[in-house]
Every structure is written in C-alpha cells, then in structure tokens.
Write a protein that binds this ligand. Structure first.
Ligand code: ATP
Length: 234
C-alpha cells in the first residue's frame, strides 16, 4: 500500500534520510524504532510531504505521490498524528474533530459522532478547549481528529510520550480494535517498547536515516536487542 524507494530528504542541503526504503502492506501495523536523532520524525514528515525530497520516490496504492503536496496526500487518506499532538488549543474538542473531518476525503457530518464512539473519554469534554485538556486527553483528541479524516494509513509519532499509563492502555485497545474492524495501516514511531510490541506486526530499525534491520516484535523482549536499538545516544 505504501512504498518508498531510496528516499533522500532533509533540511536545507543536509540530508537526514540517506536512501531509505520501506513497504507497508494494507492493514499492516509497522513499528519504527531507533535512537534519538536518527530520522524517525523526518521520515514521517517526508511521507506526508512536509519535508521535501532530494531523491527517491513514494508510492501509495500503486500511485506515485512523490510530487504531490501535503493537502493532496491527506485527501488520498494519509493521516498524520504529530509528535506533541499539535491540536488547536483555542478550539473546542468538537471543533478540533470537525476540522479533522473537513480536511479529510469524506466530509460527512456524522463522521465526528461515529469516531466518538471509540473515544468515550472525549464525550464529556466536547465543549472544552483543546488547550485545557491533559496531555493524554490531547493525545486521544489528536488520534480521534486524524481518524475523522478517514485515513487508510495513519502515521503516529511517539503517541505515548509524556502521557499517563491508563491512557496508553486505552490507545493500545483502541488501535487493536481498529485493526480488527477497519482496513487501516499504521506506521508507528515509538520509544515505548511495550507499546510497539503490543501493536506492531514488524519493527523496522532506523539508523542514520536508513532502515538497517527488520525485527519480529518478540525480539523486543531481549534486553540486548533493546539496548542496541533504543536509548539516548547513537
Ligand atoms: N527543522 C529542522 N531543521 C534542521 N534540522 C532538523 C530539523 N528537524 C530535525 N532536524 C535534525 O534532523 C535529525 C533527525 O531528526 P528527527 O527529529 O527526524 O529524529 P528522530 O529520530 O525523530 O529523533 P527523536 O527521537 O529525538 O524525535 C536531527 O539531527 C535533528 O536535529
């Protein structure tokens, strides 16, 4: 469903991705693991078109989208939940969700109600400003807003960062339920090993802007593997 070939991308003249190739199948959940600064966020931002390519190609559903701007990619249903959530703090929860529905491919009025069925914690908060939610509630809102765009693939950047364990569990349950119910693919950038283990079909290791290895999620139970691929230093 999503295939990148030899991506070279970065900021200014400096590449951060150095020939990165990956494939994500329909319905597959793929984890991406790597040390800080190895290019995980840059990869997701390149896939949605916020970082421009110096070389390589991106195909979605067999169609070359390399030259498409971010809004056209969003309309093809490539959804993105950025690190730090980036919800609209001065808009209410309901307005945030409506914005998600309006920027998506299907602009049905009932999408917000439909998506909220999976987010009971957000229902009593609908008239509250996004900025007045806890970090975990904001993360749920960011995921719900993305789902209001009816994505076929959702790119999630460190959704567990700084949020309470009970909400992390809720997100795991939610994404597992979506896997059973919807034809949704996920690319999940994470440092939380339990989370990535619970959700990934495959785990890609990114090192200095390239995918250097593919692991089965079970390998994450091995402390040696973990110390090799996760941590603050390269
Ligand atoms: N807007 C930017 N301008 C210039 N350099 C950037 C920019 N954003 C990121 N970088 C640099 O690109 C490199 C990769 O950053 P990126 O955020 O993709 O890494 P990451 O693997 O997601 O790390 P982390 O786990 O810390 O979020 C880093 O050296 C970073 O300083």
């Amino acid at each position: 469903m999503l295939e990148t070939k030899d991506l070279v991308a970065g900021y200014g003249a400096m590449p951060i991705l150095h020939g990165l190739s990956l494939q994500v199948a329909a319905g597959e959940y793929v984890g991406v693991l790597g040390h800080n600064g190895m290019g995980k966020t840059t990869l997701l931002r390149t896939l949605i078109g916020h970082v421009s390519l110096m070389a390589g190609s991106i195909a979605f559903d067999g169609r070359d989208i390399t030259a498409l701007p971010p809004n056209r990619r969003a309309r093809l249903r490539i959804g993105y939940v950025p690190q730090g959530r980036e919800i609209f703090p001065a808009l209410t929860v309901r307005e945030n969700l409506t914005m998600g529905a309006l920027s998506g491919a299907e602009k049905r009025a009932d999408i917000v109600t439909e998506v909220l069925e999976d987010f009971p914690r957000l229902i009593p908060l609908l008239d509250r400003n996004g900025g007045a939610l806890s970090g975990g509630e904001q993360q749920l809102l960011a995921i719900a807003r993305c789902l209001c765009g009816k994505p076929r693939i959702m790119l999630l950047d460190e959704p567990t960062e700084g949020i309470q364990p009970s909400i992390i569990d809720e997100i795991v349950d939610l994404l597992q339920a979506l896997r059973k119910r919807e034809a949704l693919s996920i690319v999940l950038v994470e440092q939380n090993l339990d989370f990535i283990h619970a959700l990934s079909d495959r785990v890609l290791i990114i090192h200095r802007g390239e995918i250097t290895q593919t692991l089965e999620p079970e390998h994450l139970a091995d402390p040696e593997v973990v110390s090799e691929f996760v941590g603050m230093t390269a």
